[in-house]
Ligand binder design. Structure first.
Ligand SMILES: NCC(=O)N[C@@H](Cc1c[nH]cn1)C(=O)O
Ligand SMILES: [Zn+2]
Ligand SMILES: [Zn+2]
Length: 476
């Protein structure tokens, strides 16, 4: 089939695809919110039904249950599917996630986060539009377009879609390891579309990710919240201890204050130095995505190094503290501080957790507080760094050239998709990250969007990738 014909079909159907994206953005599959667990499961079921409609053989895998604040919740299903089993074709495994980050209109969204809304600039605004419902849907649209044109797909497909990625991918690793020589047997390479271009105009292929270790720091004091007029000045206040400890984790220049963390960072090689050159990325891209001029580092190389190859520590929030509008004179009894460390090669999660715990307990001891500190690591995912030399990347680069008439940038990513390393290790296959979205999509933030152009050209890219995969020699 000429790719041109396929591209025209995608253009002709674009409003149908946008409408379908609207349908799934409306499903509030927020994995981190127990009240939306049934919606998250519903989203998994939507995908199962859609894959069946497209003629795939599906398998619904239940990862088990999760305990949240004393409640037992079912984990959303892992959706596995197979399309085509021709031994003469390569088999590519596509991974994506159908859960999303929380979103409330009151957080500052201009539109309802769960109603996909297109603005005058062609931005499709909605939670999950870019991360990761747009890409997940895009793969299915590329498949459907082939069927509508009556064309055989040049590769076999396997799909693995999960509903807990934004909450630590609970249960997924065990399923992949269990199925590595069973359901995933015969997979030749893996492709994940769940990250972003470096800028707004040029596509990229991504060969590295930071890991993430997410911590909860609980300070328990009185049995219940207290009146600050009655008890203020007479009691060790948990929030005071907590805010002190949180301020001891990272400084305003982004330097991690936990001793020993930086010692584990892989040294910078001459070869790596060159990987930061010639990329289509400037300070304006960062400022545009920030919506501010509050960057720490002035030059592009430093910015990228601190996003890709150095760890960072971010403070996320405090559970159990007063945050509503208005004033309330309360002493919170058990605030829980949340923070995470983005990890890089060669950091070992178990050692990081130990360093963090030891440090916080030592700092807490200095406070002479009678409160009780507990530090736990909620979830951890390892960093991943691969090489873009594999034929899977060659196919991805050729697909980019077919659709965008340019060579892609080769990038690493500051975010985390822990399952990437699991696939690589358990299947012993190359993994390519092939993003659809742009640097300013605002994933995890308010007004998340995917540009119509990225969504539609992204679907073309996926189809072109199937064809280039079929063509590429495995020794290229
Ligand atoms: N698009 C990938 C992504 O957003 N991954 C999350 C993974 C995560 C880990 N803990 C909570 N979420 C990320 O924050 O990088
Ligand atoms: Zn994602
Ligand atoms: Zn995400």
């Amino acid at each position: 089939m000429s790719l041109e014909q396929f591209f025209q079909a995608i253009d002709a159907n674009q409003d149908i695809y946008v409408q379908r994206l609207k349908e799934i953005v409306a499903i509030k599959s927020v994995s981190g919110e127990p009240e939306h667990r049934s919606d998250t499961i519903l989203m998994g079921e939507w995908l199962l039904a859609e894959l069946e409609r497209l003629g795939a053989t599906t398998k619904r895998v239940e990862p088990g249950v999760q305990k949240v604040n004393g409640r037992t919740l079912p984990l959303p299903p892992v959706v596995l599917a197979t399309y085509g089993e021709d031994p003469a074709k390569k088999t590519v495994l596509i991974y994506g996630h159908y859960d999303v980050q929380p979103a409330l209109k009151e957080d500052g969204w201009n539109t309802d986060p769960f109603t996909l809304t297109e603005d005058a600039e062609g931005r499709l605004l909605g939670r999950g539009a870019s991360d990761d419902k747009g890409p997940v849907l895009g793969w299915l649209c590329a498949l459907e377009a082939h069927q509508q044109l009556g064309r055989d797909l040049p590769v076999n497909l396997k799909f693995c879609f999960e509903g807990m990625e934004e909450s630590g991918s609970e249960g997924l690793d065990a399923i992949i390891v269990r199925e590595a020589h069973d359901y995933f047997r015969g997979v030749d390479c893996v492709c994940i579309s769940d990250n972003y271009w470096l800028g707004k105009t040029k596509p990229c292929l991504t060969y590295g990710l930071r890991g993430v270790s997410y911590f909860m720091m609980s300070i328990k004091g009185p049995a219940a919240d207290l009146h600050s007029g009655v008890f203020g000045g007479t009691v060790h206040e948990p929030m005071t201890d907590l805010v002190h400890l949180m301020s001891r984790l990272v400084d305003p220049q982004g330097r991690i204050l936990v001793p020993g963390i930086m010692d584990q960072v892989a040294p910078l090689t001459e070869e790596e130095q060159h990987t930061y050159e010639g990329l289509e990325f400037g300070l304006s891209d960062l400022r545009g995505a920030l919506g501010a001029n509050t960057e720490i580092h002035a030059n592009v190389k430093d910015i990228l190094m601190h996003r890709w190859r150095y760890p960072s520590l971010s403070l996320h929030g405090i559970e159990g503290a007063f945050y509503a509008p208005g004033s309330k004179t309360v002493i919170p009894a058990n605030p829980i501080g949340k923070f995470s460390i983005r990890t890089v090669p060669n950091m070992e999660p178990a050692q990081i957790t130990q360093l963090v715990k030891d440090y916080l307990h030592a700092e807490f001891a200095k406070l002479n507080s009678k409160n009780v500190l507990e530090v736990t690591c909620d979830h951890e995912g390892r960093p991943w760094a691969s090489s873009p030399d594999h034929w899977n990347f060659v196919a991805g680069a050729r697909a980019v050239e077919q659709v965008f008439q340019c060579k892609p940038d080769l990038t690493r990513e500051g975010g985390s998709i822990p399952v990437t390393l699991t696939f690589q290790d358990a299947l012993q296959k190359n993994v390519l990250l092939l993003p659809m979205g742009a640097c300013d999509d605002g994933a995890h933030s308010i007004n998340e969007k995917v540009d119509r152009r990225n969504f539609i050209e992204g679907i073309k890219l996926y189809g072109a990738y199937f064809h280039e995969l079929a063509r590429v020699k495995t020794n290229e």
